[in-house]
Design a protein around this ligand. Sequence first.
Ligand code: SF4
Length: 238
Amino acid sequence: MEGFLEVSRKPDGRPEIFHSIQGEGINTGRPAVFLRLARCNLACVWCDTKYTWDWERYDPGDQILEMASVEVEREVLGFGCKYLVVTGGEPMLQQRRLILLLKRLKNGGFYIEMETNGTVLPDKVSPGLVDHWSVSPKLENSGNPRVLREAPACYNLFGQLPSCQFKYVIQNEDDLEEVDGIVRKYHLPVERVLLMPQARTRQVLLDKSRWLAEICKARGYLFSTRLHILLWGDKRGV
Ligand code: SF4
């Protein structure tokens, strides 16, 4: 229903809307309000928010809270922080429902960052309504077939948007060849491509970071950490 959003629900039943610090990408370190929306069109094997979409393991009745966008707006405003990160799941599945909320917050002086897997074309939400697109297309290591994870129309559009960064989750050497191939194929500007280690614990993150930092130095990509893992570990809603 337009104007209503399917928000992820925390174990205490409250919506997963929380104040934290952006832990990934070029805005790492910025205090932000996070709005986590339910459902995803992909199924990454290492996904750390499976409760937003894996209905074999989780009950959507427990995990999804339907909220009017004015209610979501009230929750967001309650934190007194004018930086909103819309995340998921895949938030662009709800792009039509998001328009009202994003317009109202934008008019109220908010900076809006959208985290997306880059498979849903922004044809309802105008790209200009979002200040920063954090696009994280998935590689073969995600377990999703190419036909689902690689959307040429999205690559072509996002590649032209200066407000967009591409962030790839890297597990091993093979992933690097795949990223290089995609960058060449879609003419992505290397200075807007980030490599981020796949890790859910501090130790794994640190170990892989040392390896990946050297690769970024050699190939000119940006490096992204996962600051929230370093600070709080694999915890939800922080
Ligand atoms: S695209 Fe994101 S939310 Fe969806 S399965 Fe992959 S990691 Fe999880």
